[in-house]
Design a protein around this ligand. Structure first.
Ligand SMILES: Cc1cc2nc3c(=O)[nH]c(=O)nc-3n(C[C@H](O)[C@H](O)[C@H](O)COP(=O)(O)OP(=O)(O)OC[C@H]3O[C@@H](n4cnc5c(N)ncnc54)[C@H](O)[C@@H]3O)c2cc1C
Length: 114
């Protein structure tokens, strides 16, 4: 928890990045970062997904890590789409941080009662 990021990169129609290679971010066989409902297999999230909620649309298999634009699996490889997804990713980052804040407040309230 507490990690978040936005990945934006692709060169010559193949992702040339090291994102996800040394962590739990799931990539498709071509190296694109898998997000949102594409992470599900037979209606189930991947084993590494630890949260009760489902991943947000642009969220990778690491909660709080988001991918937008060409680097994302199944994205439309167009400028307008990449820009739109980038803006959406920022919204999801805010939502994620807000959830973290709420959880910490809840934990703080429980701690004070104990
Ligand atoms: C030849 C060509 C023609 C195209 N023509 C059109 C067109 O006419 N209309 C259209 O809508 N789309 C077109 N596209 C597609 C469009 O360019 C892409 O969909 C769009 O640029 C994707 O934006 P992006 O931000 O996801 O990735 P990119 O534009 O590739 O931006 C990724 C950025 O991340 C940087 N980066 C990479 N790795 C790292 C790293 N490790 N750390 C920091 N920065 C990093 C890169 O240098 C790059 O600046 C074309 C693409 C190509 C290749």
């Amino acid at each position: 928890m507490g990690r978040f990021g936005v990945a934006l990169c692709l060169h010559r129609w193949r992702p040339k990045h090291r994102l996800g290679k040394r962590d739990a971010i799931i990539r498709d066989p071509s190296g694109y970062l898998v997000t949102g409902s594409d992470l599900f297999s037979e209606g189930r999230p991947p084993a590494c997904w630890t949260l009760e909620r489902q991943p947000f649309f642009l969220e990778t298999s690491v909660p709080g890590s988001f991918a937008a634009g060409d680097v994302r699996h199944n994205s439309v490889k167009r400028v307008a789409s990449a820009v739109g997804e980038g803006a959406m990713a920022v919204t999801f980052v805010h939502r994620y941080l807000e959830q973290l804040r709420s959880q910490r407040k809840l934990i703080g309230a429980v701690d004070r009662r104990l």
